[in-house]
Write a protein that binds this ligand. Structure first.
Ligand code: BES
Ligand code: ZN
Length: 652
């Protein structure tokens, strides 16, 4: 009998929970709708040069973790049981590991299996090859790996109590994307190899453990020994391993509506919930746009400020930076973005990191449609214009080969594909298609795309095939108007691109010219009446054709700006960041204390890396500040952030 992955997962789950008393409301049955047929159709695995796995021979279908968190040692240790399927006769499976301590590998009966780790690659880590008796047709083989993570595992950040709002308990969180899951879970860490999973995590009893899955244990955990508790989780939808995520800390939950809610430290809970209330409407709007939300609940975990990203679309539980809690809901497009990934990315997943634009470009497009539906076209167009501005800077800075949508990142860190090209050029491509075929036809196609490809990996080739079959349908004139190959394979922006026109920004641009170019007074800037997006637009103003590194403001103008706009007290991280970029680029000394507070107060790479890069570009003045501030801030940053900043400033 062939056991389907879903059945295997269900059986594994039954064994895991067998005999345990379930609390009311927590059912072992998944709260997610059944999988569509697309989930079980055979996959042709793309070649993923960032993984050692050979899934066409033997692949991981299910991961079952049993791990204990040791905050003193900064390790997770225990076992990962993997269910392997493969071609008849396959007698080994190749996994990805990096910086893991592998203790032993056994079969389901506890008998040792032969295993071997290969040469270490600085980016990819090592292959872990496990041998077993040849698989019979349709057979599923369980292997059990006993292992521990290292204190410097790149996916994990162990926070001291002082790095939390409460200041009393430590905190742990993981960040798997792109290829960091292999530093805490030994599995086939390729986005094309989807796996169901479950976990039991043991942690100190003062903490609560949350994961990107359904919680099976009661919220307060289950007794597991003196001073410790256990939490159990299950993800019955097959997911790419970069979406397996864990956090543990002194956190509490507040509902928004029946299926959405917020989790964060107790002292921050009410502010976070109030900021993020629109999440409930966003899920409704997203479903109306592009079909059913297939993950059951949608909760947000607002992390401590060290979280290195703005947001991370971990299924059922988006991880978010606290820098979006601005007090006025002005930065909630980030939630729309992470939510949109529940379709583009988590349902339909880039097969390899070369096709990252299929995750992020589609998501930026979808995000903006959510924002338009909820907040109107004007706000949506403002957001598009800000994105277009960022993209122009990026296009000017990157080598032309890296401005193509489909990349070849072989031998490079997949992080190098994390640029505005994947996000904004990708979204611009979809907007161009929408403009040419009309919104109604475009939406019908995109709906179908998510349905047809649900729970499947997607490559740029498969995307082209899908759009040709279901939208272009042999219309040669349409095909040529879309200029798909130019968008995907040529650098820069194709000739059928029309930048967004936001007339709403016209008064902002006029005020910017009056102040920056015509040296007007900052008191004339109608700052108080502006939204965050208008403020961002104002601060993004740059003189036409300005040489990089050239000053375009005087010290008096900078002082006028800082005082009139009260920038020393600015609480909005996006606005503060935009100001500090200007200040650093002018070596404006009075802003240095504000800069220092900002850089030591949070570790979001999108803010931290550009500021250190700008400091570094300012010669002795900036380098001295960069070295001093980095020495102070680095211990608080996540490995993702230090990895990037080390390359600029060096290790202190
Ligand atoms: N999935 C990304 C974050 C990511 C990408 C992490 C690649 C690691 C590797 C997430 O959805 C994202 O794009 N976050 C953005 C915010 C978003 C609103 C553009 C971020 O973190 O800044
Ligand atoms: Zn994203």
């Amino acid at each position: 009998m062939i056991r389907t992955p879903a059945l295997a997962a269900a059986l594994a789950l039954m064994t895991a929970v067998g005999g345990c008393a379930m609390t009311p409301g927590s059912a072992a049955r998944s709260d997610m709708p059944p999988l569509p047929a697309s989930a079980n159709a055979p996959v042709r695995y793309a070649v993923d040069t960032h993984s050692y796995a050979r899934p066409e021979i033997a692949r991981v279908r299910h991961v079952s973790l049993d791990l204990a968190a040791d905050f003193a040692a900064k390790t997770l240790s225990g076992t990962a049981a993997l269910d392997i399927q493969g071609e008849p006769g396959a007698n080994e499976v190749v996994l990805d590991v990096r910086n893991l301590e592998i203790r032993d590998v056994r079969d389901a009966s506890g008998a040792p299996l032969q295993f071997q780790t290969g040469d270490n690659d600085a980016i990819k880590g090592q292959p872990l090859t496990v041998r077993f008796p040849a698989l019979a047709p349709g057979e599923t083989r369980r292997i059990v790996i006993a292992y521990a993570t290292r204190p410097d595992a790149s996916a994990l950040q162990w926070l001291s109590p002082s790095q939390t709002a409460g200041g009393r308990q430590p905190y742990l969180f993981s960040q798997g994307q792109a290829i960091l899951t292999r530093t805490w879970v030994p599995t086939q860490d390729s986005p094309g190899v989807r796996q169901t999973w479950d976990a039991r995590i043991v942690a100190p009893e003062a903490l609560r453990v949350v994961m990107s899955a359904q919680t099976l244990s009661p919220d307060e955990g289950e007794p597991a020994g003196p001073g410790i508790k256990a939490w159990r989780f299950s993800m019955t939808n097959p997911v790419p391993p970069y979406l397996i995520a864990l956090a543990a800390g002194d956190v509490a939950f507040a509902p928004i509506d029946e299926r959405t809610g917020v989790i964060t430290e107790p002292s921050r809970l009410e502010a976070a919930r109030a900021e993020l209330v629109s999440t409930a409407n966003m899920v409704d709007v997203a479903e109306r746009l592009y079909g059913p939300y297939r993950w059951g609940r949608y909760d947000l975990l607002v992390l401590p400020p060290a979280f290195p990203f703005g947001g991370m679309e971990n299924p059922r539980l988006t991880f978010a930076t606290p820098t979006i809690i601005a007090g006025d809901q002005s930065l909630v497009s980030l939630v729309a973005h992470e939510l949109a990934h529940s379709w583009s990315g988590n349902l339909v997943t880039n097969a390899t990191w070369n096709d990252f634009w299929l995750n992020e470009g589609f998501t930026v497009y979808f995000e903006n449609r959510i924002m338009e539906a909820l907040y109107g076209q004007e706000r949506a167009l403002m957001l598009q214009s800000l994105g277009w501005g960022d993209l122009q800077t990026t296009l000017a800075d990157l080598p032309p080969a890296d401005t193509r949508l489909q990349l070849d990142l072989t031998g490079r860190d997949p992080d190098e594909g994390l640029t505005d090209v994947a996000y904004e050029k990708g979204a611009a491509f979809l907007r161009t298609i929408e403009r040419i075929v009309g919104r109604e036809r475009f939406d019908a196609w995109l709906n179908g795309y998510f349905e047809r490809n649900a729970f499947r990996p997607i490559t740029t080739e498969l995307f082209k095939e899908d759009i040709r079959t279901h939208l272009i349908r042999g219309d040669a004139a349409l095909e040529s108007r879309l200029m798909m190959d130019a968008w995907i394979h040529q650098p820069g922006m194709p000739s059928n691109w029309q930048p967004p026109v936001s007339t709403a920004f016209a008064p902002v641009d006029a005020a910017a010219r009056a102040f920056f170019a015509e040296r007007g007074s900052a008191s004339a800037i109608p700052w108080a009446g502006w939204s965050t997006q208008e403020r961002q637009r104002f601060l993004a103003w740059r003189p036409e054709g300005a040489r990089a590194g050239a000053d375009w403001l005087t010290a008096a103008q900078l002082a006028d700006l800082e005082a009139s706009l009260n920038l020393r007290e600015e609480g909005n991280a996006e606005v503060l960041f935009a100001w500090l970029q200007i200040a650093v680029q002018h070596r404006y000394q009075p802003a240095v204390p504000t800069l220092e507070r900002f850089l030591t107060g949070m570790g979001r790479r999108k803010f931290v890396l550009p500021l250190f890069t700008s400091l570094w570009a300012e010669g002795d003045w900036g380098r001295a500040i960069a070295r001093r501030v980095y020495a102070q801030a680095r211990p608080g940053y996540h490995p993702v952030t230090t990895g990037s900043v080390d390359a600029v400033v060096g290790r202190p």
